[in-house]
Design a protein around this ligand. Structure first.
Ligand code: GRF
Length: 225
């Protein structure tokens, strides 16, 4: 039996797609519902697969309570933020404490916090002169990008990088790391583990023979940063 998750998104939804693809290949989770706060490509991706979506007006009075009820109606046990640009309402943070993940396109706590989303993150990383950026999956609380870190992976910053080229290299890693971290959360919920999910690489993974390892090695090959 897979663990029911909701995904929350506001944008292009490539991480959502990676999560759905992993689910189709067999995962400990299933995305029972997509919640969006606006019309967005993520919504279209979910609907094309014939899956359930809900567009919520987060500014409306009682939105948090209504959302908590909707999640419970769908039997949701965990939440995956996938390019969701708002804070999660406090009712939902409380109800799902330790069971909400976010993915961030940098190595937190660097280049995180309010206003640090999308291209802004990569512009800031390049402006700082950082030689390594990367991907972080963390637990979500009522503040931007501050919850406990669950998984991270470094991505080199090359001297030739633009914000777009760095974003593209980071995104490739996001698509591998997020489904693996979501799976780790689902497994820990399945066995009733109250501790933060212990991230481990998928079975058979090693730095040299797994797809993720190859992607990382490829990214570092020829690194000039
Ligand atoms: C990703 O870079 C993710 O790290 C951040 O928002 C972006 C969402 O991209 N939280 P997508 O909508 O999944 O394509």
């Amino acid at each position: 039996m897979s663990v029911a998750f909701a995904a929350f998104a506001s944008g292009s939804g490539t991480n959502l797609e990676a999560l759905l693809e992993r689910e189709e290949r067999g995962a400990a989770y299933r995305i029972a519902l997509l919640v969006v706060d606006r019309e967005c490509a993520a919504e279209g991706r979910m609907q094309r697969k014939g899956r359930i979506t809900a567009r919520i007006d987060f500014g409306a009075a009682g939105a948090g309570r209504g959302l908590a009820r909707l999640l419970s109606e769908h039997g949701v046990r965990g939440i995956l933020l996938a390019g969701f640009l708002r804070l999660v309402p406090s009712e939902v943070c409380r109800a799902f404490d330790g069971r909400i993940l976010n993915i961030h396109p940098a190595l937190l706590p660097a280049f995180g916090g309010k206003g640090m989303y999308g291209r802004h993150v990569h512009v800031a990383a390049l402006a700082s002169g950082a030689k390594i950026s990367g991907v972080t999956v963390h637990l979500v609380n009522e503040r931007y990008d501050e919850g406990r870190i669950i998984a991270q992976w470094p991505v080199p910053v090359l001297a030739s990088d633009t914000p777009d080229s760095l974003a593209a290299r980071v995104l490739e890693v996001e698509h591998l790391l997020y489904p693996a971290a979501a799976d780790a959360l689902a497994r820990s919920l399945e066995c009733g583990d109250a501790r933060p999910p212990a991230f481990r690489w998928p079975d058979g993974f090693s730095e040299t023979d797994g797809a993720l390892g190859q992607a990382i090695e490829g990214a570092f090959d020829g690194g000039e940063g």
